[in-house]
Design a protein around this ligand. Structure first.
Ligand SMILES: Nc1ncnc2c1ncn2[C@@H]1O[C@H](COP(=O)(O)OP(=O)(O)OP(=O)(O)O)[C@@H](O)[C@H]1O
Length: 248
């Protein structure tokens, strides 16, 4: 599935009717099976772009399409910044929720348990979210997004709140699943090393609403060792220099 944004514009309007143009003439294509990261300082519109793609917000101009068809609410899988697991539901009931709300989607308990097993959470199937660590909750939230069965996944800083070590484990884990399922991923992060390690391409958003695309020059599959490679560090430094203008 290929995701295409053409000349997309979006503004928020406050109570005083002042417009804040957050997205201005955005053009972006994410091809089938590609892993693309969006980076940029806070407020450059990354989360807004994801919400436009989900159909939760509507562009005031331009088009957003999946395989050439205008995108509609429910067409893509979306994992927001906070895990948003329902606190009163067990982990298994949380991850099976798409089967209750999505027309025509059946998620068997067997399938859900199989995924919990794969992410090391099977023994927590009947636990409540509060009984899990941050990393475990993120894994559960990710499985819930996967079980929606969507081929395009939008992930908004999924590892932002995790400690460095857990984060690195989760990165390798996500890459292995992405490789296996051949999904199209648009990923937001503030972590430049993470962006290089995970992505085929990085989209850098600037405060002036312009966009620069950078190809990542690391072979696939990415290995754990690459997380510390000189090549990764070199590419991270190049990115840092590029965004220094916007941060400076
Ligand atoms: N619901 C809203 N109402 C009004 N303004 C909003 C709303 N959501 C976002 N904004 C504004 O839109 C701009 C972009 O916000 P957005 O959350 O998309 O940025 P971001 O790049 O994802 O930031 P961060 O990296 O901090 O998550 C900001 O100026 C923000 O204040």
């Amino acid at each position: 599935m290929t995701l295409e944004l053409k000349d997309v514009c979006y503004s928020f309007v406050n109570e005083k009717k002042e417009r804040n143009q957050v997205v201005a003439g955005l053009n972006l294509t994410v091809c089938q099976g590609e892993f693309v990261s969006m980076i940029g300082k806070s407020g450059t519109g990354k989360s807004t772009i994801l919400r436009l793609i989900t159909g939760l917000l509507h562009p005031e101009k331009g088009t957003i399409s999946v395989n050439g068809k205008s995108v509609e609410l429910g067409d893509v899988g979306y994992m927001p910044q906070r895990d948003l697991l329902l606190p009163w539901r067990t982990i298994i009931d949380n991850i099976m929720i798409a089967g209750e709300v999505q027309k025509g989607l059946t998620i068997t308990k067997e399938k859900a348990r199989g995924w919990l097993d794969r992410v090391g959470l099977l023994e927590y199937e009947n636990a409540l979210p509060k009984e899990l660590s941050g990393g475990m909750r993120q894994r559960a939230a990710f499985v819930r997004t996967l079980l929606t069965g969507k081929e395009i996944l939008l992930l908004d800083e999924p590892f932002g709140a995790l400690d460095a070590l857990t984060k690195k484990e989760m990165q390798t884990w996500l890459l292995s699943i992405w490789q296996e399922l051949d999904q199209t991923v648009l990923f937001i992060t503030h972590d430049l090393e993470e962006a290089v390690y995970m992505s085929d391409r990085i989209v850098l958003l600037s405060s002036n609403r312009s966009l620069e695309e950078i190809s990542v020059d690391l072979p696939r599959p990415r290995t754990k060792e690459m997380q510390h490679s000189t090549e990764l560090v070199r590419q991270r430094q190049e990115l840092e220099k590029k965004i220094a203008y916007d941060y400076g």
